[in-house]
Design a binder for this molecule. Structure first.
Ligand SMILES: [Zn+2]
Length: 84
């Protein structure tokens, strides 16, 4: 899982797990973490991409473009985590 570099584990329930914002938090189904609206969209997309990559891999299809997209998304989330 992607996690912010912040060391406030106890406060994790009330802030975004990625960027640390305290507003508009949403909980994604199946995940024990909360994200702000902006991060939740990216996290949801990354989960979707991982699923698609898995499916493509299992089907023996090419998934390079999906993997590149996922890498880009992960980088964006990481940058956001570090910018706050
Ligand atoms: Zn966030």
């Amino acid at each position: 899982m992607l996690r912010g570099p912040k060391e406030n584990e106890n406060a994790a329930a009330s802030q975004c797990s990625v960027c640390g914002h305290h507003s508009d938090l949403v909980e994604l189904p199946g995940l024990n973490q909360k994200y702000c609206s902006e991060c939740s969209a990216d996290v949801a997309t990354s989960i979707l991409l991982k699923t698609e990559i898995n499916a493509a891999w299992l089907a023996g299809q090419r998934y390079e473009s999906l993997a590149a997209e996922l890498a880009q998304l992960s980088r964006r989330l990481l940058e956001r985590a570090q910018s706050t």
